[in-house]
Design a protein around this ligand. Structure first.
Ligand code: ADP
Length: 431
């Protein structure tokens, strides 16, 4: 198909050649007339091309040339393309303006990072939080500019499901949460949030709990002591004896809660990492085995499998607390005719301590919340058995300080297995 322009051009050339042939026949020089006519047409076209070029080069200053025929078509087409481009450009700058307004209004800082963690773009809030300068810092690696060691470790670990909290500077009382988020191909967003208020509230909460439990401990010890003395009196009537026994039970429970709160506060206020003191796990477990086997409330079948001679590098009181909490829970929630297996073993992944029981088990909906403070599946039963609801919180915190994790597998009415996984770096001695 012949395009629009050529529907104009072709008949014109043919008409010109026909006219040149007629004139040529009249004057007797057909070839010469055709050649002259084509030269004139070519010259005219060059002139129009020149006008078109001049207009294209100075579009803002010069009006489009007023040409008819194919050149008129070319100019109309160019004007249309130019208008469309202008429209899109305007739209695009509107979108960019909107985006800039939006990112400036965001309460969070956003930094766009490339494959090598080099800064590609950031919003004003990120500049303020991290002290970035637009002209100077674009293209530099983020870890050269945000130099807090916690952030470097976070980047090296490359596990970005949780944010990392850093202090803005050694002197400032501002805490920032930094989280990497995958974005585009190989790119990442660094989302920066001011969490100073949350950190302050959390510190106040921890201080309050620590102070309150310390303050409660001494009066409670005194009350429990007097109750014990009164309950020892052989001439008590039955009613008073029952009341005193209940008081003994309740004060023991309160003491357990206070002791657990103090342990938890101690774990939370300590550094994030436990010391690396050698703990002889087989020896510790053999002592615990002796104590457990002497307990009257335990189930009949109790087995300790110490499959490794290796020990743990950590804090002995915390490891003891982990083991005794898990064993204590298994005893509390397993009937007398049940079975409990305690096992310590080491493999290439690290050290593992597990307590498996054939007790009441836990329904799946409770499992994610089990390590929360005071979370109990059956509050009545837990209280009746003297539970504070803090045991698994203590286990989780103590494990975290040793770089370990807690795995819970449980089926209702079948039993539960609690497994502590310690990293290889925390295992010492023969396996
Ligand atoms: P508690 O002092 O109440 O035992 P924990 O923090 O140690 O508190 O445990 C939280 C809850 O988890 C308990 O109240 C109980 O419902 C459940 N639980 C813990 N261990 C077991 C277990 N071995 N078998 C069944 N339920 C358990």
């Amino acid at each position: 198909m012949i395009s629009g322009i050529w529907t104009f051009a072709l008949p014109r050339i043919l008409a010109l050649i026909a006219a040149a042939i007629v004139v040529g026949l009249l004057i007797g020089h057909v070839a010469l007339t055709i050649a002259v006519a084509l030269c004139v047409a070519l010259g005219l076209n060059y002139y129009r091309l020149f006008l078109l070029e001049r207009w294209l080069k100075n579009r803002r200053l010069v009006d489009p040339p007023d040409l008819s025929g194919p050149w008129g078509e070319v100019i109309a087409l160019t004007v249309r393309i130019y208008r469309r481009k202008k429209f899109h450009k305007k739209r695009l700058s509107e979108v960019v303006r909107e985006f800039r307004g939006l990112t400036s209004a965001l309460p969070d800082g956003i930094v766009v990072l490339g494959r090598e963690h080099e800064i590609q773009w950031f919003n004003p809030r990120a500049a303020r939080f991290l002290g970035l300068r637009r002209r100077v810092d674009i293209g530099h690696r983020i870890d050269n500019l945000v130099r807090q060691p916690e952030f470097r470790t976070y980047l090296d670990r490359a596990e970005f499901s949780m944010p990392v909290i850093v202090r803005q500077s050694a002197t400032a009382d501002v805490f920032l949460s930094l989280q990497m988020v995958d974005y585009g191909e190989g790119q990442k967003l660094l989302v920066v949030r001011d969490v100073s208020r949350e950190i302050r509230v959390e510190a106040m909460r921890k201080d309050f709990v620590a102070n309150a439990s310390h303050e409660l401990r001494s009066p409670l010890t005194v009350i429990a002591g007097y109750v014990d003395t009164l309950a020892d009196d052989p001439v008590l009537d039955a009613e008073t004896r029952t009341a005193l026994e209940e008081m003994q039970r309740q004060s023991a429970r309160m003491q357990a809660v206070v002791d657990d709160l103090i342990d938890l506060s101690r774990l939370e206020s300590g550094s994030n990492e436990a010391p690396f003191d050698f703990i002889d796990v087989p020896w510790l477990l053999s002592l615990m085995k002796r104590d457990v086997l002497a307990r009257p409330d335990r189930c009949s079948e109790f087995e300790f499998a110490i499959d490794s001679e290796s020990g743990i590098l950590g804090a002995e009181s915390e490891i003891h607390s982990i083991f005794s909490n898990l064993i204590g829970n298994a005893i509390k929630y397993t009937p007398k005719d049940g079975r409990i297996n305690v096992r310590w073993w080491v493999d290439e992944a690290g050290g593992h301590f597990s307590v498996a029981d054939t007790g009441m088990g836990i329904a799946p909906e409770h499992l994610p919340r089990l390590t929360e403070r005071f979370y109990r599946v059956d509050p009545g039963r837990s209280r009746a058995s003297g539970g504070s609801g803090l045991g698994l919180s203590i286990v989780k915190h103590a494990l975290q300080r040793h770089g370990g994790t807690l795995r819970i597998h449980s089926e209702e009415a079948q039993g539960s297995t609690f497994t502590c996984d310690f990293p290889e770096a925390r295992i010492s001695g023969r396996s």
